[in-house]
Design a protein around this ligand. Structure first.
Ligand SMILES: *[C@@H]1O[C@H](CO)[C@@H](O)[C@H](O)[C@H]1NC(C)=O
Ligand SMILES: *[C@@H]1O[C@H](CO)[C@@H](O)[C@H](O)[C@H]1NC(C)=O
Ligand SMILES: *[C@@H]1O[C@H](CO)[C@@H](O)[C@H](O)[C@H]1NC(C)=O
Ligand SMILES: *[C@@H]1O[C@H](CO)[C@@H](O)[C@H](O)[C@H]1NC(C)=O
Ligand SMILES: *[C@@H]1O[C@H](CO)[C@@H](O)[C@H](O)[C@H]1NC(C)=O
Ligand SMILES: *[C@@H]1O[C@H](CO)[C@@H](O)[C@H](O)[C@H]1NC(C)=O
Ligand SMILES: *[C@@H]1O[C@H](CO)[C@@H](O)[C@H](O)[C@H]1NC(C)=O
Ligand SMILES: *[C@@H]1O[C@H](CO)[C@@H](O)[C@H](O)[C@H]1NC(C)=O
Length: 777
């Protein structure tokens, strides 16, 4: 159906009546063959639809009537009245989210090259929003709630005068003529809807009405407001549409459009309008219906196929990964099938614990009926795997009563399974932190400490080659049937310790247990194990979080009251000398200078009472006038002050939370929980970033965190999160969305904010010059 626009432009030259009597009028029932000026993504489709956005993200599109129209007349005193009607449709990638909307525009210029896409709707940029020199009037059909523009919701019609902060807005919908009641409309419903905009230049009254395309114009407008446009709309102004996309594919269409100055815009003939494209999702649905019948008639073929599938699945279920170089490790290799049956298919009820590297399952090997613990480590990369397995297998030959015996391994795609002796009493951390486990008495603790020390000595010095554990902490100390402490998980950190460049291995281990030198040299040594062992000793003996333990015990030590640092849960049943020895040894081992730490052999000798601690004790007093020592070595003692903390899960963490942020029962820190929310979490006390005595030298710092973003839609996220260093934990003035709860439109970029953030941004915000759209499917 060829569509010819009717177009009249009547201009009288009678100056006296010109203001009220210059009339422009045009009607487009479809846009085929029209001569609009288009830019950006805007095109007219072969069907005659004016397509403002074409499905690309973060772009804009404009369509203007090619000539500017007269809005004032020569007298320039009285603003013309005008009215327009148009039919539009928005089709998004998703049914329930849209990325930005569109607007009917009257503007002094049709050149919007400096305007931004996204929530700026292709109308303004971050600096000229609200600028009276824009001479911009728009009726926005906005599908996103932008807090900075004080949007009322994510489905509204707004009247914009030089600014995207609407002078008036209403949720999309209409008032039923018959009942007078309000009916919702969804802008992104993929249905065509008609909008009428009428402005009375004399009364300065503006009405906006909308309705589904098949309905006549409702009598009561959706919104009605008084606004003086005489200083806004220039005498000669362009009329048209602007639209933009943000993070997801959106198509904004105009199906028909009529306009008239000083009169009622001609009614559009709905039966002449081109149809909105049928969306692929709808198409897919009908296709399903079409293929259901043929499928049911070949059901018996499927039944045959199903049998084959079951067999193939079974094969896939037990598939393993084997490489040539593994041939030599044969006797240490377990069959996945055996491990699967041993652990009842890795059932949840068999989980013994979850650690940084994976879950541990209890199992009974089907043939030998021996109890084992199977550690399931997810490991995608093959890098370092060969070296790691070589070490693991050699460790399989390592036998010591204080080391958990490694029996073997199995490899699958993306997964490594390590089989260990089963330790019936679980890991030590449960006894230290679980309320429902009995408190370990001093005798038991001291036995465990001695066991761990002897196991570590064996790894460091007594086996055929030195093995560095790399991750000593209570959760890696397991208790056998006699409650002896045994070291588990040795060397596993190494698997994660291989960077692509062998010279730049990154640090792996557990915060709080990491020796300070790992921060810059990043090489695990027996000394770094000793450091972790020192923290472990203090944790065994004193009570408090690992983060502050060393300082706390040290504080008591300096005040000559070291025993007050002892864990009060020990009660009175302990050997005073042993507790003191362990506390002091713990301090010595966790000495910031690696060279001041004792060797494992010396530690074991001390614990066994083989060498008197006296001499060590003296030496330690000297060492622990640490500042002197460090000065001797050329350190600035104040610059060496450090604070550290670590949270593995947040179940009992004391943090400062606000907004939507909360800690879930499972210990996750959930920062946001819904649309349009923001949440903050801060470490409860501020951290010193400049040495106390000398305010000019900034501290070095490092942080590591594990995060995940879960959105309603896969492949699509609305805004991100950031790691923040800020002078105040009160960010209540900040807005959400692209400001990430950090800043707002007016303070963004100000040096007085004193905010450093590492943003993990999932949305391309054009005003921040974001670099790429990470979120495209
Ligand atoms: C406008 O001009 C037309 C002729 O050009 C005339 O017929 C009409 O009466 C005028 N209307 C007003 C309001 O002056
Ligand atoms: C949309 O239009 C822009 C600008 O003309 C173009 O670069 C882009 O390739 C188009 N995208 C699609 C999906 O047609
Ligand atoms: C379309 O409009 C432009 C001005 O924007 C004009 O130069 C051109 O001749 C017009 N073309 C047709 C076919 O009307
Ligand atoms: C639009 O304005 C920019 C400067 O703001 C100019 O560079 C560009 O040429 C203009 N485009 C058109 C089509 O006039
Ligand atoms: C914003 O737009 C105005 C014109 O409306 C232009 O002068 C200005 O340079 C633009 N600013 C930026 C940052 O692009
Ligand atoms: C209209 O929309 C609002 C907000 O989305 C909703 O609460 C209300 O139930 C809707 N009403 C109708 C009649 O659909
Ligand atoms: C706006 O709507 C009201 C109520 O229906 C009506 O009285 C008024 O004349 C309308 N104004 C314009 C400019 O259409
Ligand atoms: C609308 O267009 C159809 C088909 O072109 C025509 O038959 C009908 O008369 C038109 N209706 C009006 C109200 O102009």
């Amino acid at each position: 159906m060829p569509l010819f626009p009717t177009l009249f432009l009547l201009v009288t030259l009678d100056h006296l009546v010109a203001a009220m009597n210059e009339t422009a009028v045009f009607t487009f029932n479809g846009f085929s063959g029209t001569n609009l000026s288009l830019d950006g993504m805007a095109t007219v489709t072969p069907d005659g639809l004016l397509m403002l956005t074409n499905g690309s993200t973060a772009l804009k599109g404009h369509a203007f009537y090619p000539f500017p129209l007269r809005f004032h007349g020569a007298s320039n005193h009285v603003m013309a009245s005008f009215s327009t009607a148009f039919v539009f449709g928005i089709i998004d990638q998703y049914f329930d989210v849209s990325s930005q909307g569109m607007a009917f525009v009257v503007s002094g210029s049709s050149n919007f090259s400096t305007a931004l896409p996204g929530h700026f709707l292709g109308l303004v940029n971050a600096s000229d929003n609200g600028d009276a020199s824009d001479h911009l009037f728009a009726v926005e059909l906005d599908t996103v709630l932008n807090a900075e523009f004080r949007d009322i919701d994510d489905n509204h019609v707004g009247v914009d005068v030089n600014s995207l902060t609407s002078v008036q807005a209403a949720s999309a919908g209409y008032y039923d003529d018959a009942t007078g009641s309000f009916r919702n409309l969804s802008l992104i419903s993929r249905k065509a809807m008609q909008v009428w905009v009428e402005y009375d230049g004399q009364a300065m009254e503006l009405n906006v009405t909308m309705a589904p395309v098949e309905m006549p114009r409702p009598k009561k407008p959706l919104l009605s407001t008084f606004v003086d446009l005489s200083a806004v709309i220039t005498d000669l102004a362009y009329v048209g549409f602007s639209s933009s996309t943000g993070i997801i594919f959106s198509h904004h269409y105009v199906l028909g459009w009529s306009f008239k100055t000083n009169g009622m815009a001609p009614a559009l003939n709905v039966s002449m309008l081109p149809a909105l494209p049928r969306t692929s999702t709808n198409g897919a649905r009908t296709k399903v219906l079409e293929v259901v019948l043929p499928i049911s008639s070949v059901l018996f073929v499927l039944a045959l196929a199903a049998a084959a599938v079951v067999m193939a699945k079974r094969r896939a279920k037990f598939a393993e990964l084997r490489e040539d170089w593994e041939a030599g490790f044969g006797s240490h290799r377990f069959a996945y099938k055996d491990l699967f049956y041993a652990t009842d298919g890795f059932k949840d009820t068999n989980v013994l614990g979850k650690g940084g590297f994976g879950s541990v399952f209890m199992g009974v090997l089907p043939k030998s009926k021996t109890n084992v613990a199977v550690k399931r480590v997810s490991h995608e990369s093959r890098q370092g795997m060969k070296e790691f397995l070589a070490e693991i297998v050699s460790l399989g030959r390592l036998r010591h009563r204080s080391v958990v015996q490694l029996l073997g391994y199995c490899r699958r795609k993306g997964e490594l399974l390590l089989v260990y002796d089963y330790m019936p009493n679980g890991s030590l951390d449960m006894y230290l932190h679980d309320q429902d486990k009995p408190i370990l008495g001093w005798g038991q603790r001291f036995k465990v400490i001695k066991g761990v020390a002897s196991g570590l000595l064996y790894l460091h010095e007594d086996w055929e080659k030195a093995v560095i554990h790399r991750d000593i902490k209570p959760s890696n100390v397991l208790l056998d049937a006699e409650m002896n402490g045994r070291l588990g998980d040795f060397g596993l950190a190494r698997l994660y310790d291989h960077g692509t460049d062998p010279n730049t291995t990154h640090v792996v281990g557990t915060m709080g247990y990491l020796a300070p030198e790992l921060g810059h040299r990043a090489k695990a040594t027996p000394c770094t194990d000793v450091f972790a062992f020192g923290v472990f000793l203090l944790e065994e003996d004193a009570q408090g979080s690992v983060a502050v333990l060393v300082d706390w015990v040290l504080h008591h030590w300096r005040n000559g009251l070291i025993m007050e640092a002892a864990d009060p849960r020990l009660g009175s049943e302990y050997v005073h000398e042993e507790v003191e020895l362990v506390l002091k040894l713990g301090l010595l081992c966790s000495h910031p200078l690696a060279s001041a730490r004792p060797s494992m052999r010396r530690i074991v000798q001390c614990l066994d009472g083989d060498i008197a601690f006296k001499t060590e004790h003296q030496a330690m007093h000297m060492d622990f006038s640490m500042t002197t020592l460090m000065k001797d070595q050329g350190f600035d003692p104040d610059a060496m002050e450090y604070e550290q903390f670590a949270f593995e899960g947040f179940a009992s963490a004391n943090l400062t939370l606000d907004g939507a942020a909360k800690v879930t029962p499972s210990g996750l820190l959930a920062l946001t929980n819904d649309k349009h929310t923001q949440g903050h979490v801060f470490f409860p006390t501020p951290i010193r970033f400049y040495a106390a005595s000398n305010g000019t030298i900034a501290a070095s710092f490092s942080a590591t965190f594990v995060f995940a973003i879960i959105s309603e839609h896969a492949q699509l996220s609305d805004h991100g999160l950031a790691f923040v260093v800020a002078p105040s934990s009160n960010l209540s003035a900040a807005t959400g969305a692209q400001y990430l709860g950090l800043l707002n439109i007016s303070n963004n970029g100000k040096a007085s904010n004193h905010i450093l953030a590492i943003e993990l941004d999932t949305v391309l915000s054009p005003e921040f010059h974001d670099r790429q759209q990470p979120c495209r499917s």
